[in-house]
Design a binder for this molecule. Structure first.
Ligand code: ZN
Length: 571
């Protein structure tokens, strides 16, 4: 595919940008004024004066008038196609801010789609509930009140919990005697022993998976791609949850030359099945579904659950408020020996390991396994990654560096979120929650830190929001909580451990060149240097001039992938 055919000019450049603030993300964090693109590649960066020699023969000349150009953003952990399938075909609860509106939304969808046999939905947060429902999840009776006669299954916004009505339990043959799958929880009423209404983690496998046609999936991926372009993204690591990842849809779109995004995909490996067979299967997928911009590079592991479900694996017991027995610390979903074996198999065929790990005990076990696997494995460039990293034992941070492990963080969560911090994190963890989500500690060791949204867990994956959170460690989108705009970055209401604040440059690198490194594409994208693909985003203002609290006010004006404009803001 040749971009900008109409503009291609055999003597000159296709596009010349000048008079801007162009942050290149090269190793010296160089800022230049001008950049020239020819046949999708950057061929020049430098001063506007030096760029003037391209002016007369350029296909298009763009005066940036002081606007900013950055390398296209790369999100190194999100779940494609995000909310597109839900928005197009299911009950979406991401915008519902209380139980009443959740139930109203379910009821409306059922009325509008009376012929569906099973209703699926997604997007509620445990922050909407109180009392026992915070840790067990919501009760089935709420859903029974709006739908007594057909199965309803609603996944939480973090996708670690499913909420069912009574009819769904019946239809799927789940009752109080059902064997609980390893690594899962079937919540029951502690007094009566009856089903409560939720399934957690591996127990969600008892629910039949919703199927979509290939056509539906491809449409959703294209819609998702446009959404990402509008936020300035040109690359992602698309992470599988429990369901099959959309490898074929990415591959097919790529074959039609409609994939305008660097995409690496993960496939999940599970401890309960034969490891060699699973790794061979993933290797076969790698060969089958790789195309110019899509590769199956990575194997996803879950070694624990989440704090809100009391399934994260901790070094010290949960807080008494969590309602668990006094020594309960959650559980590790893999034993260390088996985890080591799996890592060795995965790295052994040149695939990357990407581990979901929330609790400090879980992360310690993963580092132990990576260390043991490294003893056996041939030296290789694996770029193994641990993601989420809510609690990390400080003594383990240096081990990331020593073992060459990437820390994949979600700075969107690096604050005390109203309606979540008190109700979930502090409630379940107590005082240690004050030290959750290390950030600067990671950067300080010199290891690679890469940022991501975990969208749709983070409903609005605007990288500028995460950049603001990483720089301030304070709440973002205050208005959506009904709070006045922050005037002071030290406002204590949402401030989470300000010692972990990082610089704007660190945050920009985590979303650009470090992201490119994580998806093995730092030689072709992630920075703006001659020879690289022209993947870039134009912002309406210079981030370096802004007060940290104003960082999210910058707007994406346009996004380019391989020198081709893929998003342009309507003015
Ligand atoms: Zn995720």
């Amino acid at each position: 595919m040749k971009p900008n055919l109409s503009n291609t000019n055999s003597n000159g450049v296709d596009i010349l940008f000048y008079n801007g603030v162009i942050y290149t993300a090269d190793k010296d964090n160089t800022i230049v004024e001008a950049l020239a693109v020819k046949e999708g590649k950057i061929i020049f960066t430098g001063s506007s004066k030096d760029a003037s020699r391209y002016m007369t023969d350029a296909g298009e000349v763009i005066d940036l008038q002081g606007r900013m150009i950055l390398p296209g953003f790369i999100d190194s952990h999100l779940h494609a196609p995000g909310r597109a399938l839900i928005d197009l075909y299911n009950i979406s609860l991401y915008e519902s801010l209380d139980l009443e509106s959740v139930l109203k939304q379910v009821e409306n969808f059922i009325q509008a789609n009376p012929d569906q046999e099973i209703y699926y939905g997604e997007g509620f947060s445990l922050g909407l509930f109180s009392g026992e429902e915070v840790s067990r999840g919501p009760r089935k009776e709420h859903l029974d009140s709006v739908c007594p006669d057909k199965p309803v299954v609603i996944y939480s916004s973090d996708c670690h919990l499913a909420w069912l009505n009574s009819c769904a339990f019946n239809a799927f043959g789940i009752d109080k005697e059902t064997d609980v799958p390893a690594g899962g929880v079937i919540e029951k009423n502690p007094v009566t022993g009856e089903l409560w209404g939720t399934l957690k983690e591996a127990a969600m496998r008892l629910i039949p998976e919703q199927t979509f046609s290939e056509h539906q999936l491809e449409d959703a991926i294209l819609e998702f791609q446009s959404f990402l372009h509008s936020l300035g993204y040109t690359g992602i690591l698309s992470v599988s949850i429990a369901s099959a990842p959309p490898l074929e849809a990415f591959y097919k779109i790529g074959q039609r030359d409609e994939l305008k995004l660097h995409v690496n995909s993960t496939v999940t490996i599970e401890p309960g099945f034969n490891l060699t067979e699973q790794v061979e299967l993933i290797n076969a997928m790698r060969k089958k579904y790789s195309s110019k911009y899509h590769s199956v590079s990575t194997v996803k592991f879950f070694t624990d659950g989440v704090v809100e479900g009391a399934t994260a694996y901790l070094l010290e017991p949960y807080s008494p408020a969590a309602g668990k027995n006094a020594s309960y610390r959650g559980e590790l979903l893999w034993n260390t020996e088996r985890l080591t074996e799996a890592i060795s198999l995965v790295n052994g065929i040149g695939l990357q390991v990407h581990v979901h790990s929330i609790g400090d005990a879980s992360t310690k076990a993963v580092l132990d396994a990576l260390e043991m696997a490294a003893v056996e494995a041939p030296a290789g460039d694996y770029r193994n990654t641990i993601t989420h990293l809510q609690l990390v034992d400080p003594v383990d941070i240096k081990r990331f560096y020593d073992l060459n492990v990437i820390a994949s963080v979600q700075p969107y969560w690096h604050c005390k979120e109203p309606g979540w911090w008190d109700v979930v994190d502090y409630h379940m963890l107590g005082e240690r929650a004050e030290c959750e989500y290390p950030l600067k500690s990671f950067f300080d060791t010199g290891l690679k830190v890469t940022s991501s949204s975990d969208h749709p867990v983070t409903p609005y994956p605007n990288p500028l929001r995460a950049i603001r959170a990483g720089v301030t460690r304070n709440i973002t989108a205050e208005g959506s909580y009904g709070l006045p705009l922050l005037k002071d970055t030290d406002d204590p209401r949402g401030l989470l451990n300000k010692a972990e604040r990082v610089s704007l440059t660190d945050m920009l690198r985590s979303f650009t060149i470090n992201g490119a490194y994580t998806i093995f594409r730092e030689k072709i994208t992630g920075s703006l240097e001659p020879g690289k693909q022209a993947d870039l985003v134009i912002l309406d203002r210079n981030l370096f001039d802004l007060d940290p609290l104003d960082l999210e006010s910058a707007k994406v004006m346009s996004t380019y992938f391989n020198g081709e404009i893929v998003y342009k803001r309507e003015v």
